[in-house]
Design a protein around this ligand. Structure first.
Ligand code: COA
Ligand code: ZN
Length: 309
């Protein structure tokens, strides 16, 4: 019988078009990005991080963010919620012109990663967040707290530091918050320790978890979070992903691995497993390096039951 503490359903936010594609060096032509996004939207996900409005010098792959959003809105507005990542006010201004459902402001709990990623102190990022909150209008604002468990430069991040950053974010006023294991090195005990404190402070606030799989920990960390009642998760089809400003950061929790694991345990995801595998395999055929256990093990194998769709 299912553990009563595990939620019966979860929300999966597909982040491959942002976190996945940003980690691909060679520019993916806009029309191919749009095609991949269409196949991902058809998997049944209710919310997707579509792109990011960042400096094209920092991440050339995201230079076509406005065109990608325009194409997304034509087909999916009102059907799949859109999220776009922003690192600063300039990103928010550009993003808001494209009518996303959510803007997702990124800052880090650790000073060193925040500097590497956004070239600011955490305090300066919080000031920038205040400015973003002031101009966002009706668009929902999420904040992604990177390095919420481990930092590539500073090591383990003290949960008290995370709580301090969260207090500041809630004081500014936001509609969503994500806690990210940006480099995918946290272990289930660390995750449990930080998330227990977060639960103790903020009750059942619906935090998203963004768990990378660099050390193969994404699924066990997901289990740790589920046991504490967390039920919103980021994942990327094919396991693509990684912050270019976090040395060693590799793949994400793969959507197909997550869906497979959760559905087998009787947890409803609303996402079609075969369609997700098929979307990941489609990306592989364009030369993108798919990292998930499930898609990689079934790629090219006509006899696999996973591949029939
Ligand atoms: N969109 C487009 N261009 C932007 C931008 C944005 N959101 N933010 C800054 N720029 C441009 C500026 O116009 C400037 O260009 P120029 O050299 O041609 O004049 C250049 O980037 C640097 O501007 P500056 O004001 O010094 O930038 P900044 O210090 O405020 O911030 C970052 C720079 C952090 C925003 C930029 O490095 C960035 O976008 N990094 C990407 C972060 C990211 O996506 N990480 C991975 C996801 S977590
Ligand atoms: Zn990530």
């Amino acid at each position: 019988m299912m553990d009563m503490k595990i939620p019966r359903s979860v929300t999966i936010r597909e982040v491959c078009p942002r976190d996945g594609f940003q980690s691909v060096k060679e520019f993916i032509p806009t029309e191919d990005k749009v095609k991949f996004i269409d196949t991902l939207a058809e998997t049944g996900v209710s919310i997707m991080e579509v792109t990011s409005f960042v400096s094209p010098k920092a991440i050339p792959q995201m230079a076509d963010a406005a065109e990608v959003m325009q194409e997304f809105n034509k087909k999916w507005k009102g059907k799949v919620e859109s999220v776009v990542l922003i690192p600063n006010l300039r990103g928010a201004e550009n993003a808001l012109k494209t009518d996303p459902d959510w803007i997702n402001f990124v800052l880090s709990a650790s000073e060193a990663h925040n500097k590497a990623n956004t070239r600011r102190t955490v305090e300066k990022s919080l000031e920038e967040l205040r400015r973003v909150a002031a101009i966002k209008g009706d668009t929902k604002l999420c904040v992604s707290v990177a390095t919420a468990f481990e930092c590539p430069f500073d090591g383990a991040v003290d949960p008290e530091v995370v709580i301090k950053v969260l207090d500041a974010i809630f004081e500014i006023g936001v509609q969503g918050v994500t806690l990210a294991d940006t480099i995918g090195t946290a272990d289930p005990f660390e995750v449990t320790r930080t998330l227990s404190m977060v639960r103790g402070k903020y009750g059942d606030y619906p935090f998203y978890l963004h768990l990378h799989d660099t050390h193969g920990m994404a699924m066990v960390n997901t289990m740790a979070a589920l046991h504490l009642g967390f039920n919103c998760f980021d994942s990327a089809a094919g396991g693509l992903g990684g912050c270019p400003f976090a040395p060693g950061a590799a793949g994400n929790a793969a959507t197909e691995d997550l869906v497979n694991c959760l559905e087998r345990m009787g947890v409803n995801t609303g996402v079609d497993l075969l369609k997700t595998i098929s979307a990941a395999r489609n990306m592989e055929s364009y030369g993108l390096h798919v990292m998930s256990h499930l898609a990689a093990s079934s790629i090219g194998r006509k006899d696999s039951s996973c591949c029939q769709g």
